[in-house]
Design a protein around this ligand. Structure first.
Ligand code: NDP
Length: 229
């Protein structure tokens, strides 16, 4: 199950799993999953919709073996201008939504005695970012959540990891000005932005059999932007 799999990073992840021949369920609010994936409507801020999405995926494909909690939003502004709503919306989607998904996924993974949970965080969760107090807090929260799950669920063969992308070309970053984009690229040792497929590669690795001994890890895919964190 890949949340937010109709565009950007999530779509690339869903397509990578489909290319491997996996059964893929994509959940979004607006639909438009890639060809071959189960297209499930689910707002991750609504607990009932999260439960229903799992029920729909399970009915079609059996228990969810891999969860990629990717759906996320930004509501950027400087802290003094940040409204309670800006804060609540970002935490509800990025952090609380991911918690509900992971809790529901754990249920069937515990029964299976195996499973893979991957959270899509951000380099910003560890570096911080002016204008993104809400977003950075939500993304670093995923690290504590993954590491706690790794400890709770490890004895049952379930891994929980985090991928921390840097600057990726998607709708989320399309809103930045050319000046902002140039400024970011200057700080990236590789001197360029990432393609969504480059994030997907780390995620499919973490979901694979080969990654069976990797848990509680934060894998940066950021062109070197966050080195040392
Ligand atoms: P996009 O804005 O392109 O896509 C966001 C996805 O999340 C969409 O599929 C959207 O689907 C879904 N989504 C948003 N809110 C909800 C919700 N309440 N319920 C269900 N689905 C929701 O983002 P990206 O592909 O750029 O980002 C994907 C993830 O990667 C996010 O968590 C983001 O924070 C993270 N990230 C992105 C970076 C970048 O540079 N782009 C860098 C670091 C991390 P729909 O609108 O149909 O619901």
């Amino acid at each position: 199950m890949v949340t937010g799999g109709n565009r950007g990073i999530g779509r690339a992840v869903a397509e990578a799993f489909l290319a491997q021949g996996d059964n893929v369920a994509v959940t979004t609010r607006t639909g438009g999953a890639p060809e071959g994936a189960l297209d499930i409507r689910c707002d991750v801020t609504d607990p009932a919709q999260v439960d229903a999405a799992f029920a729909e995926a399970e009915a079609a494909h059996g228990p969810v073996e891999v969860l990629v909690a990717n759906a996320g939003i930004t509501r950027d502004t400087l802290v003094l201008r940040m409204s309670d709503e800006d804060w609540d919306d970002v935490i509800a989607t990025n952090l609380t939504g991911s918690f509900r998904l992971a809790r529901r996924a754990s249920k069937s993974m515990l029964r299976l005695r195996r499973g893979r949970i991957v959270f899509v965080s951000s380099v910003v969760g560890l570096l911080g970012s002016a204008g993104q107090v809400n977003y950075a807090a939500s993304k670093s929260g995923l690290v504590g959540m993954a590491r706690s799950l790794a400890r709770e669920l490890g004895s049952r063969g379930i891994t929980a990891n985090v991928v921390a992308p840097g600057f990726v070309d998607t709708d989320m970053t399309a809103v930045l000005s050319d000046d902002q984009k140039a400024g970011i690229k200057q700080q990236v040792p590789l001197g360029r932005t990432a393609r969504p497929e480059e994030i997907a590669a780390a995620i499919t690795f973490l979901a694979s059999e080969q990654a069976g001994y990797v848990t509680g890890a934060v894998i940066p895919v950021d062109g070197g932007l966050g080195m040392g964190h």
